[in-house]
Ligand binder design. Sequence first.
Ligand SMILES: [Fe+2]
Ligand SMILES: [Fe+2]
Length: 291
Amino acid sequence: MKEKKRDEFRKALREIKNLPTLPGIVRKLSQMSEDPETTTEQMGKVIARDHILAVKLLKLVNSAFYGFPQRISSIDSAIILLGFNVIKGLIISASIFEFMEEQDIELWEHSLACAVAASVLAKRLGVKDPEEVSTAGLIHDIGKVAIKMELPHEYEKIIAMVAEKKISNYEAEREILDLNHAEAGGWLTKNWNLPAKLVEPVSCHHDPRLAENEQMTSAIIHFADLIVRGMGYGHGNDIWVAPLSQRAWRLMGLAPSDLDQVLEEIDEKLWDVRGFSLEVMHETEPEADLD
Ligand SMILES: [Fe+2]
Ligand SMILES: [Fe+2]
């Protein structure tokens, strides 16, 4: 019986009827990226056609958490600098979060903060492609959006159970759906054909032991999530900060003195991005120097 319900929820989350239309542009770009003849300019043109999306994308790229010294004023250079997979993740984030800004600004802020923390950790640990780790941070809780949109009735029950039993959102999801938002996010990002580098950290961020290939990124996202929750950038439903996975901690190998510096740096960067979510979401006109 429970298995049947789980399958039903799983199916509902996989079909994604109520989520926004982002897969259109992402699918188009994915096809283009598979063709070796496609140039960065051609991809840039497809993105630039969606004016609002292009502006949001550039704002994200120029935000404090990417920390490029120079201003990136074109989609083409963003693709070159960040790589196509990061851009794809960012398009998804920008589209998804545009859609939920009115409903769930807290989750957006939490996600941005997690991206900031993940990027600081990735750079400190010398991980290759810290931007990709940051993007994983940005979309790590995407499964929460999926649950909210696709299973609104169950979502209400989850909220009520959190308040009533004083348990975490994660535990309530398991009770009610027999699955959790990390799994849901994993299915969703897989459905969107995002690379495994992004899918695994999303699906394993609450239990990084499950990661097979992306252990370090999963450990970083897990830790970044806890850090920003601890710093008050949690997502409203519950007040709990989950315990840190020992394995993730060992894998990262941070010394206590590193940790102090890392936390300080994250705190500083978070000041820079404070309010950025509102700013990026309400920006609809392209700036003069964007082409
Ligand atoms: Fe989460
Ligand atoms: Fe989170």
